[in-house]
Design a binder for this molecule. Structure first.
Ligand code: ADP
Ligand code: MG
Length: 717
């Protein structure tokens, strides 16, 4: 009998096992059985060809519409040309080599599965080096690999097509032993979950739709539990650590700051502020994520938290992703504090504190002083980049770390903060992000953090209109876009043109997609073409800092009309007079990045315009993502739509389809109830059995479903 932990080679032939290992990283029975079908084809129902993405390795159920055997032009031999269809659109395939051997199978009107890489040639979609399995014949035993009317389609690879995987799965399932279910009995009963053995059978070879549904429900729980157990263990280890308690004091800097605030705190700022104040007073470290779009007032919330900490005699550190942003933060904190932040200077308020900037590019002398202020405690607030916590910078008494921009600050960096407080304790941590995250993602990706959100802007922003420019279908629209940009400049405004690439890097040839458009090329074309009468500047990350500065200053001063740039403008650039943005190859950017980018043109009093230029075709998933960005400017709504459109694996940063990764079935969009319930159950289990010693099945499930990196930090903590 076969067990889940067995290796594949003795079960499957050596050649097959090797192919599975090499192409899909599948080594054990568990790997293979957790390689779930990506979707299911109904016998007789054809795959929608319009949904295919160029470059993808696809498996489609299609009908043979045209077969043509012809002589090769310049060489001896024949070529078999095939057109397959879903009834609407067509795909062409060609067989070289010994094409006659295919003729018997590939007959007009037959249907089957076809697999290969999708390419495009002159507006025709093609399937390159196709493999196939006909499904409507009486030829051979192919049909035995599929039990009923539901045919699984697996994430496949060249040389290991879907139907071969189905055959391997069937071989393994035939001898699989029914082992004890790793999930606790009461949980299975409580949620009426199918047991693992039956679920594995039915996910691969479903009897019917109900059984398939029940199998999916069960296997989703495995994924949700594995992830939530990890986070529960992390939270457990966090709350068992000591933290510097910073009780709210009366008549300190915070009260003084509140009294002179020129505006009322919004409802959200007040509520979040209270939660944070309570956390900071606690004996165990706060671990909180604060979400809110740019301009929603996060900095004020963070500063108030820092002042509470300084009032209790400790220090706060603020980390930014770049030195430029760190310097900006230090400046704006000093501005907001006024004389409350001028300790040691003339005219400082009584009990004032000091805001110190500490970066790598400071002069030796400045840096020495900053290090001294940090170590002595003279600086109540220290602002720097992430290097602040990785370095050997020593703090007198670090109570709170505020981190700006979550997406560059991962679990590893948060780990580096442990033990940085006095007496080996962990400082409180407040992470701020301008990218809204739906609740399920927060629970799944940032599951070790409590989350808060500022959902409303304190002050009105100008609306931004966004339009997709589909150059493949409407080439004239791009010309109109440039005309529009010229008009915008004539009205006295400025514009950005954003490209995915700089253009000075060596060409990479590992892809058959054309390389993304580059700043240097596009700028040259615009300068000599549609924007020849405008003043263009270039900005990208590999320019020397002083050149970058000069360009930014010139643009801010209105001495340049158009900035052709990479995403360096995503953070921090603030030119209210810029009202238009053209994003080239917009499909190469993520949804949240596009949203961040266009935020650069809604900063003035005039409505902004953002054009998303793309060559992708209507009906593809990529185009749907762009349509989502077009349809709303609400960051939270957008993050939900993004979730709907993205494959879940991408969210966890896992590799492509074939790779073993955390989430395969669990949908962060649709399975909120499963995720929330698993979070509660995991919390209960871990609080009674932190190391999962009494739940070996669950401990295994964690290591099976969660990749090595994630499992590793568990061991560290
Ligand atoms: P974020 O850090 O979220 O991008 P900031 O805290 O920098 O946002 O706030 C953006 C702007 O709004 C700042 O100029 C700030 O002074 C102002 N602001 C913050 N809170 C309020 C409020 N409650 N009412 C009015 N203006 C506010
Ligand atoms: Mg800010």
């Amino acid at each position: 009998m076969t067990g889940l932990r067995d290796k594949l080679p003795p079960l499957l032939g050596a050649k097959t096992a090797k192919a599975l290992a090499e192409s899909l990283d599948i080594h054990t029975v568990a790997d293979l059985l957790r390689h779930y079908p990506r979707r299911y084809a109904e016998r007789g129902e054809l795959t929608n060809i319009a949904g295919l993405e160029i470059g993808e390795h696809a498996t489609v159920m299609a009908r043979v519409e045209k077969v043509n055997m012809r002589r090769m032009r310049n060489k001896p031999g024949h070529i078999l040309e095939l057109v397959i269809t879903d009834g609407q659109r067509r795909l062409s395939c060609a067989f070289f080599g010994r094409p006659h051997q295919h003729e018997r199978q590939l007959r007009l009107g037959r249907t089957g599965l076809f697999a290969g890489k999708v390419t495009a040639f002159r507006n025709t979609l093609q399937l390159a080096n196709p493999e196939y399995q006909m499904l409507d014949g009486d030829d051979d035993s192919a049909m035995d690999d599929f039990v009923g009317a539901i045919i699984p389609v697996y994430p496949a690879a060249a040389g290991m097509p879907s139907w071969s995987i189905a055959r391997c799965v069937r071989q393994v399932l035939d001898t699989l032993e029914r082992e004890e279910d790793p999930m606790p009995r009461e949980l299975l009963d409580g949620y009426q979950l199918m047991d693992l053995f039956d679920a594995l059978h039915n996910i691969h070879r479903p009897k019917d739709h109900d059984a398939l549904e029940a199998a999916r429900d069960r296997l989703k729980w495995d994924e949700a539990m594995a992830v939530q157990l990890i986070f529960a263990q992390r939270r457990f280890s966090t709350v068992s650590r000591p933290a510097p308690a910073c009780a709210r004091t009366k008549d300190g800097l915070l009260d003084a700051f509140d009294q002179r605030l020129p505006f009322e705190l919004t409802e959200g700022q007040r509520a979040v502020g209270e939660d944070i104040a309570a956390d900071l007073s606690g004996e165990h470290p706060m671990n909180r994520l604060l979400q809110g779009e740019v301009g929603s007032g996060k900095t004020v919330v963070a500063l108030r938290a820092m002042l509470q900490v300084v009032d209790s005699g400790r220090q706060a550190a603020m980390l930014a992703p770049t030195e430029v942003l760190a310097a900006q933060h230090a400046r704006s904190l000093r501005e907001m504090l006024g004389d409350l932040g001028q300790a040691g200077e003339l005219g400082a308020a009584e009990n004032a504190t000091k805001v110190t900037l500490l970066t790598g590019s400071m002069s030796t002398k400045e840096r020495k002083q900053a290090l001294l202020d940090t170590a002595s405690g003279a600086a109540g607030i220290v602002v720097g980049t992430h290097a602040l916590i990785q370095d050997t910078v020593s703090f007198a008494d670090l109570g709170l770390v505020v981190v700006d921009e979550q997406h560059r600050f991962g679990v590893e960096q948060r780990d580096a903060l442990r033990s940085r407080a006095a007496n080996g304790g962990s400082p409180h941590v407040l992470v701020m992000t301008a990218t809204p995250i739906p609740r399920t993602v927060a629970m799944t990706v940032y599951g070790d953090l409590e989350t808060s959100a500022l959902r409303h802007m304190p002050v009105g922003r100008s609306p931004i209109k966004t339009s997709v420019v589909p150059v493949a279908e409407k080439p004239a629209w791009l010309d109109r876009a440039w005309q529009r940009l010229v008009e915008e400049v004539r009205k006295g405004h400025q514009a950005y043109v954003v490209c995915p690439r700089i253009g000075d890097e060596p060409a990479s040839n590992n892809s058959d997609r054309r390389p993304p458009l580059a700043v240097l090329d596009v700028a040259a074309e615009l300068e000599n073409g549609p924007l020849s009468e405008l003043r263009l500047g270039i900005l990208h990350g590999r320019m020397p800092p002083d050149e970058k500065d000069a360009v930014m200053r010139a643009f801010a001063a209105g001495k340049l009309d158009v900035l052709v740039a990479t995403t360096v403008i995503e953070v921090g650039v603030n030119v209210p007079n810029a009202t238009m943005m053209v994003i080239m190859d917009a499909d190469r950017f993520g949804v949240s990045q596009l949203h961040q980018l266009r935020g650069r043109v809604g900063r003035g009093s005039v409505p902004g315009l953002c054009l998303l230029v793309t060559e992708t075709l209507d009906g593809t998933a990529t185009r749907e993502r762009l349509a989502a960005v077009e349809s709303t400017t609400d960051g939270f709504e957008l993050s939900r739509l993004d979730l709907e459109l993205r494959r879940e694996g991408d969210i966890l940063g896992a590799a492509q389809s074939g790779k073993r990764s955390g989430l395969k079935l669990l949908s962060l969009l649709r399975d909120e109830d499963v995720i929330a319930a698993a979070r509660e159950r995991a919390q209960e289990i871990v609080s009674g059995d932190p190391a999962l010693e009494r739940h070996p099945g669950l401990a295994h499930m964690v290591s099976d479903l969660v990749d090595e990196d994630r499992a590793e930090y568990l061991e560290k903590s």
